[in-house]
Design a protein. Sequence first.
Length: 246
Amino acid sequence: MAADCTEPGCVPRHVAIVMDGNGRWARQRFLPRFVGHEQGMQTLLRVLDACAGRGVRYLTVFAFSSENWKRPEEEVSGIMGLVLAGVAKYLRKLASEGVRIRVVGDRAGIAPKLRAAWDEAERSTVHNTRIELTVAFNYGGRWDIVQACRQAVADGLAPEQIDEAALAARMALAFAPDPDLFIRTGGELRVSNFLLWQTAYAEFYFSDCLWPDFGSAEVDAALAAYAQRERRFGGVRPASVAPQGA
């Protein structure tokens, strides 16, 4: 498999996105917040298609954080229903377009019906290779590190055997190379506990555009900004960087 992109001008293999601004988008239009989330689902489909068309191999999106349970019950319930409806409505289309779907996060406490829908989405797209869409749901970067440590202990590793490689192999995204480009929409300038381990050397791009308005032009702007970066890992730009996972 090819190495991660380190040369200026190349397309990132892995893009991670915090899809922020659905609620504000709806509020600006005097609409219920749920309408913003519905529009955000449509945006995800557009951005997924744009990334695949430009050669991105992995797209990871932050759909629901472990802190989002603190939101109003009505909004949380609406998001859960939207995910179920989205799987039912778009799974066949995405599968036919070569999209592989994965879901990462703490599945404890998630309704069995929703877990079953995720399982079906993963099973039915397991052989697709055009682009991998990973949905981080009930996910937190700190949770990910803790669960990797616990797994290492459960696997019987001695303290001296627990190093970066051992933990990386047990992270929720161990199947993918680390993100090259981290995008956050909505004008906020923080990572919000998303992929804390995996984005150690990612390039960051912050956009004022609210997520429902994010489209192919905004994807191109982010990729163009990334293409101008000279990536450095610990102060040195290597000739190549081997990806983690397959």
